[in-house]
Design a protein around this ligand. Structure first.
Ligand code: NAP
Length: 546
């Protein structure tokens, strides 16, 4: 197996060996008939793909709406999405715990201001239990192909387990699910271990090893301080220095927890305060460079406090405006870089020659292990290659000039498909769960509208509505720090367009997704039994389009 695949697939291979953890039920479904007969798909009202925060939230919302005829398809053997996969040392959230949780499932028992991965993962398991989602889960059901059947007006879903048909598909696969690995010449010949931050190989002991960490994003700055003390040597390949602010983390005291448990209003007040501060920050990101100057000064002071060597300090000083890339929070990253066993190579990884890593600037480093903290395939999500819409083209083809959507949630040419965390729904400074919940409101109304319309009906986003939404987003982004901040970030696609971030407040997004505007959709109805067999397309009724 080549190195890229090995780094990428570490988790899947581990799952094959270990099977489901004790106490977790096997999928209630027998995926394959033993007779070898063709598989009969099971029909459901809704199929949700993915069981991270988006998929679990959608499942809870369906149950709250009284819909129980749905499945949650999950490729792994447990729920949790990115919080299941990212188990690297030091993995923690940089959004405060009381904001990084569902509004409908408050947790008075968060132990830290910023939760570690294990606590967030446990929270997703608890939500699954408390809201009765287990019977809906189909674990180890990786979607191979999703095809819109324009005659039957339903989705045909092939998975590695059972097959399904569904009236509506909710794609909640998340932007941070598939690792992005640079194509480094010679990597295949590297004799040591290679893995990606989100596919951590817990079987490899890094103590006493020469470790190279590639990248200095949100994942790497959490990994570096944890592995530095034990490593024989640690080399950090930094292509672009990040802006790093102190992390105001602390344990949440027993008294606070008791108060939140017995007076839930105090937990709500805490969440509201955390939310409001971040809403007020949004203008600093959207109104052009300069808004974050005071924070830049704070970050420079943080750097100066920890890094005394002028050469290293210069290498770690960003040359672009703060906010252009994700702002990182850490108290222990800079100190780890000053330790005698640690070297910062201020250059990307260009080539591997045996156990020698060669940087773009020609620096050479010997390594036993390479850890890629190189991020995710956000603007070229692999799942898009498996979704085929009304004209037979894949979502990847539909998006080959860049991702586009209606309200971050629907895509023209892909009827009855809703994406959770779709294009331009990401945030630079607040909790993604707020955005997810807004999309769940939209989902609930979408299903309500289909029910009101009755019969076999589909809603297809009108191309002109998608274009209008795209124009609105683009205008908003023109002045934003992500466009004007003089950096190259994963927020931008290969054309340099920002197709990932929401350029507004979470409150505004919530208002814009409160309900479905039927004027933005074509209503497609299946013919009645006596009518010709092609589906008819009707313009919306004037009152519905209002
Ligand atoms: P990332 O932010 O995309 O960072 C990838 C890093 O790899 C960048 O520093 C990039 O450099 C570098 N890189 C890529 N190719 C390279 C090469 N050939 N040589 C050297 N460096 C190379 O990925 P991430 O750190 O995994 O974070 C992704 C996102 O996940 C975050 O932005 C955040 O949204 C989320 N996350 C959140 C948390 C949290 O606390 N909530 C924690 C971890 C991750 P350039 O900067 O030059 O491109």
């Amino acid at each position: 197996m080549d190195r890229q695949r090995q780094a990428h697939e570490g988790t899947e291979r581990r799952e094959e060996r270990t099977g489901p953890p004790p106490g977790r039920p096997e999928p209630s479904h027998d995926p394959r008939p033993s007779s070898g007969a063709p598989r009969q798909p099971e029909h459901v009202r809704v199929a949700i793909v993915g069981s991270g925060f988006g998929g679990l939230g959608a499942a809870v919302r369906l149950r709250q709406e009284g819909i129980t005829d749905f499945v949650v398809l999950e490729r792994a053997d447990a729920v949790g999405g990115t919080w299941r996969d990212n188990s690297y040392p030091g993995a923690a959230c940089d959004v405060p715990s009381h904001l990084y949780s569902y509004s409908f499932a408050p947790n008075p028992d968060w132990k830290r201001a910023f939760s570690p991965q294990a606590d967030i993962r446990a929270y997703t398991e608890r939500v699954t239990e408390v809201f009765g989602l287990r019977p809906h889960l189909r674990l180890r059901h990786e979607v191979r192909r999703l095809t819109w059947d324009d005659d039957a007006l339903l989705w045909r879903i092939e998975t590695t387990g059972a097959d399904f048909t569904a009236d509506v598909v909710v794609s909640a696969t998340g932007p941070l699910s598939d690792p992005s690995l640079p194509d480094v010449p010679g990597l295949d010949g590297f004799p040591g271990e290679v893995f990606h931050s989100s596919r951590w190989n817990h079987g490899t002991d890094l103590r006493g090893k020469r470790v190279a960490v590639i990248g200095t994003g949100a994942s790497a700055v959490q990994i570096v301080p944890r592995i530095q003390p034990g490593a024989a040597s640690l080399t950090v390949f930094q292509r672009t220095p990040p802006w790093v602010l102190p992390k105001l983390d602390r344990p949440i005291t027993a008294a606070e927890r008791l108060l939140h448990r017995h007076v839930p209003l105090t937990a709500t007040a805490r969440r509201t305060a955390l939310w409001a501060v971040r809403e007020l920050q949004v203008r600093s990101f959207t109104s052009g460079p300069g808004g974050l100057r005071p924070a830049e000064a704070l970050a420079r002071a943080h750097l100066a406090r920890h890094i005394k060597d002028p050469g290293l300090r210069a290498a770690l000083t960003p040359s672009y405006r703060m906010g252009c890339k994700r702002i990182l929070l850490s108290n222990d990253y800079y100190p780890a870089l000053t330790r005698p066993n640690t070297t910062v190579v201020a250059s990307g990884l260009a080539e591997v020659r045996g156990s020698t890593l060669v940087a773009d600037d020609g620096t050479t480093t010997e390594a036993d292990v390479i850890v890629f903290g190189t991020g995710f395939r956000v603007t070229s999500m692999p799942v898009a290659e498996r979704v085929f819409g009304a004209d037979g083209a894949s979502l990847a083809e539909a998006w080959d000039q860049g991702m586009r959507s209606l309200r971050g949630t629907a895509v023209d040419g892909f009827p009855n498909l809703l994406t959770i965390i779709g294009p331009n729904t990401g945030l630079g400074n607040s909790s993604m769960i707020l955005m997810i919940e807004s999309q769940l409101n939209y989902l609930a109304d979408f299903l309500r509208q289909l029910r009101i319309l009755g019969g076999r009906t589909a809603l297809a986003a009108r191309p002109e509505a998608v274009a209008a939404w795209g124009d609105f987003i683009e205008r908003r982004l023109e002045r934003s720090i992500w466009t004007t901040g003089n950096c190259r970030s994963w927020y931008l696609d290969r054309f340099g367009r920002n197709t990932t971030l929401w350029p507004g407040t979470t409150g505004e997004f919530r208002r814009l997704l409160r309900e479905v505007d039927l004027g933005e959709y074509e209503i497609i109805r299946a013919p009645s039994p006596s009518a010709p067999s092609t589906p008819s397309t009707t313009a919306p009724a004037p009152e519905a389009a209002a």
